[in-house]
Design a protein around this ligand. Structure first.
Ligand code: ATP
Ligand code: MG
Length: 499
């Protein structure tokens, strides 16, 4: 393990605590990530000092939450995140237990404790219950404090609760989803790489899955979202189902288990939704959710049996179901609206040659230009989820081309630095067709030399034109403009690889 990657600001927080006579350890997810050779997302420090004492030591610090966590602002040091941020935050948490879970929702109160080992014992998994002690400046030696053998579990790739799993899930049922979240993040789409949930931990999850109904929807949402955003979201969702947790989170998905589709599909509805999530080309939460839920309305709308079955209206029924389930899980409005829009429109019709520019404009108006790429990603997931050979056939590339074509401004006299009114005012030209002719000639000039698109230059040129043979010049200009439009169109076509 490479301890030299512990950032300077983290070390200096530890030094300040020490200078004031306190303990300070690096703890939690960042230690696990260091041992895995991954860059930690955030750095947590734990100490016996009370929150008030921590606030007093660090002038630029604030209460992070109600549980006595203090955020210390330090100079930006993390590679990820917004490049323009003014500071990063190191969380300093007082040793504590969360012993009383009378409603199985969240700790009634946090009780501060005096030793590090008590603090480590309240943590969820062995790999998250390791602390590092770093020597003071000049001698930065690192001691690993690992009473629950988390390091050995990391080496064995094992997710295992600290202490008795049944008791730990009884205290806080959210930990069951967390186990699966860590599984989905760590095994990273590669079932061969060996990460698994320890047998007795998994057994306890199966046994106590029903306890999840006591956990607040917001906490479930946060862990569920992290599963969806992980590198193997589909394996995470499938594991949620097989251990019995999914029925409490999204029972609607389970309705598709065993529901056959028709001629065109080998997979049942649930398997198809899951494969669409697995193959979804986007990393966005809304797009992945839409891939997972896109056919969630199929079981309810199924008519007939065997390969003649139909699912009329499943897109709109599915959109309504998606809205309800996301509301139930307390997702933010913006995420709900976007996901519902994508599910609602996932059947959009597009056939090259058959669909006009006007209908592409209508689709863009209905969905929003900013959502077109995401909608196409959902369609790609849908296709890959149906095991069709080509994810992005000519048809979808052609749609992308059409979207760009109808949504960009074509070459026109509107691009000029002057307009008809200027000609009338400055050159005293009469209103009439001559104005249009002059502007078109000016546009062809500008196409050939964009530096001419300046007010004075254009006015001077316009003035000289009134003496020339305008109709002939206009004919030539029209050709130049048409050529330029074709050239631009060629560019968009080749960008989207449509001939
Ligand atoms: P990540 O780096 O992905 O955020 P993390 O391990 O930091 O993972 P957090 O949810 O940020 O996960 O929690 C920080 C630490 O707090 C964990 O490593 C764990 O030690 C402890 N912890 C968090 N939630 C619980 C819980 N429900 N029960 C017990 N300990 C928990
Ligand atoms: Mg964390």
């Amino acid at each position: 393990m490479d301890y030299s990657s512990i950032p300077e600001p983290v070390l200096s927080v530890l030094d300040s605590l020490r200078k004031h006579g306190h303990e300070g350890h690096i703890v939690g997810g960042c230690v696990r990530d260091l041992m895995l050779g991954r860059e930690p997302k955030d750095w947590d420090v734990t100490t016996e000092a009370k929150p008030e004492e921590v606030l007093a030591i660090f002038p630029d610090s604030f209460y992070e939450n109600d549980f006595g966590t203090v955020g210390v602002k330090v100079v930006p040091f993390q590679k990820e995140g917004r490049p323009d941020r003014e500071h990063d935050v190191i969380e300093v948490t007082t040793y504590r237990t969360e012993s009383a879970y009378s409603d199985r929702r969240r700790p009634d109160q946090v009780a501060f404790v005096s030793t590090l080992s008590e603090d480590l014992s309240r943590r969820d998994f062995t790999m998250n219950a390791i602390a590092l002690e770093v020597g003071s400046e000049g001698k930065r030696d690192v001691t690993i404090i690992d009473p629950f053998h988390g390091r050995a579990d990391i080496e064995r790739k094992l997710i295992r609760t600290v202490g008795n799993p049944e008791q730990r899930f009884g205290e806080d049922a959210l930990r069951m989803i967390r186990a699966i979240r860590f599984f989905a993040e760590l095994h990273g789409g590669n079932t061969e790489n060996g990460w698994k949930i320890d047998d007795s931990t998994l057994e306890a999850i199966r046994k106590h899955a029903g306890l999840l109904s006591h956990v607040s929807r917001e906490r479930i949402r946060d862990e569920f979202s992290r599963i969806i955003l992980s590198n193997s979201p589909a394996d995470g969702v499938e594991l949620l189902r097989t251990v019995g947790l999914l029925r409490d989170i999204v029972p609607e998905l389970e309705e598709g288990v065993g529901v056959g589709q028709n001629l065109h599909h080998r997979l049942n509805v649930y398997e198809h939704n899951l494969l669409a999530l697995r193959t979804c080309p986007s990393r966005k939460l809304e797009v992945r959710l839409a891939a997972l839920f896109h056919d969630i309305g199929k079981p309810k709308t199924k008519r007939g049996d065997g390969y003649r079955s139909t699912f009329y209206n499943h897109d709109h029924v599915g959109a309504r179901m998606t809205r309800n389930l996301l509301l139930r899980l307390r997702f933010p409005v913006a995420i709900i609206e976007k996901t519902v829009l994508l599910v609602d429109n996932h059947l959009f019709y597009y056939n090259v040659g058959e669909v006009t520019e006007a209908s592409v404009r209508r689709l863009i108006r209905r969905v929003g230009l900013e959502n077109m790429k995401d909608l196409i990603d959902v369609r790609i997931a849908d296709r890959l989820g149906s095991e069709v050979p080509k994810a992005k056939p000519y048809k979808l590339r052609h749609l992308e081309y059409m979207v760009e074509k109808v949504s960009r401004d074509p070459v026109s006299v509107k691009m000029l630095a002057i307009n008809g009114t200027d000609l009338m005012k400055e050159l005293r030209m009469e209103p009439g067709p001559k104005i249009g002719a002059v502007l078109e000639v000016l546009l062809s000039d500008v196409i050939e030399d964009p530096s001419r698109n300046m007010r004075e230059t254009l006015l001077a040129r316009a003035e000289s034109l009134s003496h020339d043979d305008l109709p002939a010049l206009r004919e030539k200009a029209k050709e130049v403009i048409e050529e330029k439009r074709e050239y631009d169109d060629e560019g968009i076509r080749s960008r989207h690889k449509v001939g």
